[in-house]
Design a protein around this ligand. Sequence first.
Ligand code: ADP
Ligand code: ZN
Length: 636
Amino acid sequence: MENSSPVKSKRFYKSLWRLAAGLPIVLGVAWSTPVLAKNDPNTLTYGELFKEVDRGVVSKLELDPVTKIAKVTVADATAPGKMRIKEAVLLDDNAELYNKLNNKNVEFSVQKSADKNAIVGLLGNVLLLVFVITILSAIIRRSGNAGGQAMNFGKSRARFQMQAKTGVMFDDVAGIEEAKEELQEVVTFLQEPERFTSVGAKIPKGVLLVGSPGTGKTLMAKAIAGEAGVPFFSISGSEFVEMFVGVGASRVRDLFKKAKENAPCLIFIDEIDAVGRQRGVGIGGGNDEREQTLNQLLTEMDGFEGNNGVIIIAATNRPDVLDTALLRPGRFDRQVQVDPPDYKGRLAILQVHIRDKKVDPELSLEAIARRTTGFTGADLANLLNEAAIFTARRHKEAITIAEVDDAIDRVMAGMEGKVVMDGKFKRMTAYHEVGHALLITLLKEHDPLQKVTVLPRGRAIGLTWSTPNEEHGLESRAKLMAMITVKLGGRAAEEIVFGKDEVDSGASSDIQSLTQIARWMVAQMGMSELGLVAMDTERQEYSETIAAQIDREVRKIVKDCHQQALDILQSHRGLMDILAEILIDKETIEGDEFRKIVDRETGRNESNQAKPALANSSNSGCTRKKAKASWVFIFS
Ligand code: ADP
Ligand code: ZN
């Protein structure tokens, strides 16, 4: 490396640049400002000039027509025989003066004394330009050589960064083992592409990381680049939003060009939803700049072969709003879920971040992990850092539980709006989710359970997933009834365990969506005693009596299903306790494991249902939400 300290040299250039830029300005101001103060002995007012000409002491007058300043050669009154040059500002029309000069035989000339202002300005500009070019190219050359040194290309707000070496390894990423396993392969794609291309396999171009902020998506992408030993290019979608039309697109073009030059390498696009939203929708009916940027991104992704060693990883928390064009084969056709960490995951993350800190041997990371349900990796990293700061402030040698306690309080105060699960709330949520999950498992008409968790995700407090395993898209009445029963299972479990008065508003979205299913059954599908009629529920074109009948039928369906949910759960009360205990402890239970426990406790044997894949799962089970649900149940 030619320079051991690129930062220092950058700073040096910066001050040089300031000096250079300042110089012409100072000079320009000094040279051009006509200093014509009244009492200055070197200047004459127009009146004084007249008098001097009259007195016959003026021998010569040179006029600059641009500035209207005349250089007047006058006999020096204090030193006889000597001449002085004074300046005078003339008027627009000086006919009278010229007459006088003529009469007195004063030598008179109009001289476009080359405009100093212009020259200085021009000179300044040229100087500036030369400086800018030299300095910029010097900086670019230097940082280009500096390994591991992050650099920004371009001066606009949306820029991309390049890190030759991220220095992050898989060991630094903890608690998201599933994602890590899935992404391990991407490292191999970058390291030995021949292994795949030689057997005709197409290497994927894009991977979409889906997960809440702070779960370690950026860290993960950096670790992939770090493990593969390739450069890391990154850019954030949100930076494009407020830019001029065309800038975003050209930035994307630059980014891909640079990346191709540095292949094999990894491009990371953070917050891709900011730029990759469905086109032609949204506030104001679409945003030119965003759409142009998105189109450019799509073009770039199509434009290069999958085997050229550039892999793009994008991160989002909202895969549902993405333009479908982005998710097509050959683009971001792989999705990897990055989940918030469960107890084991939090413990592992704490272990990573404690590595560089001094801790009291008494301090139990297990206890911290227990107390931090709902914390993301970023929250945990922040927590340990705050604890270290408290420790330093208190002049202690090592972090003790006292500092951790204070740090937890501080971090939680900053987590406003996020749900932290503890005590009764966690228990309630666990029973609610177990209610859904147990009914899913016991009702054979329902699609199999995929996963149940009490970890908050977005606005959802707990979640239960099932995977549709029928492909024809037609739903039988029995299945729809099972779905409604399952949706009622959360609330039913709360009622059984905590009593009717204790239930909370967490089931609101369950109730909303089950009502939709029931109405759909009655009003559209002819699945009630109302008979085989389809009524447009949107436009209310049917009579009041029919409306009342629909309501009655809907209520009947819901009531029957509710009773069924209560009956089934009540007769499995002991099993519910066991499952809730496990869920509170582990926070997430996979479908397979859940079925095994149910089999073991009930003596049935149905656990060998196919394990569903996450990619095409739907949360048709339950979404226990904090506020009003935005989630809509869709049937096709
Ligand atoms: P995201 O991109 O998902 O918003 P980041 O990767 O930016 O999250 O996480 C911010 C920081 O939090 C990381 O730099 C790291 O210090 C810490 N962190 C987050 N997740 C993890 C994890 N799974 N393991 C270790 N550290 C993590
Ligand atoms: Zn629910």
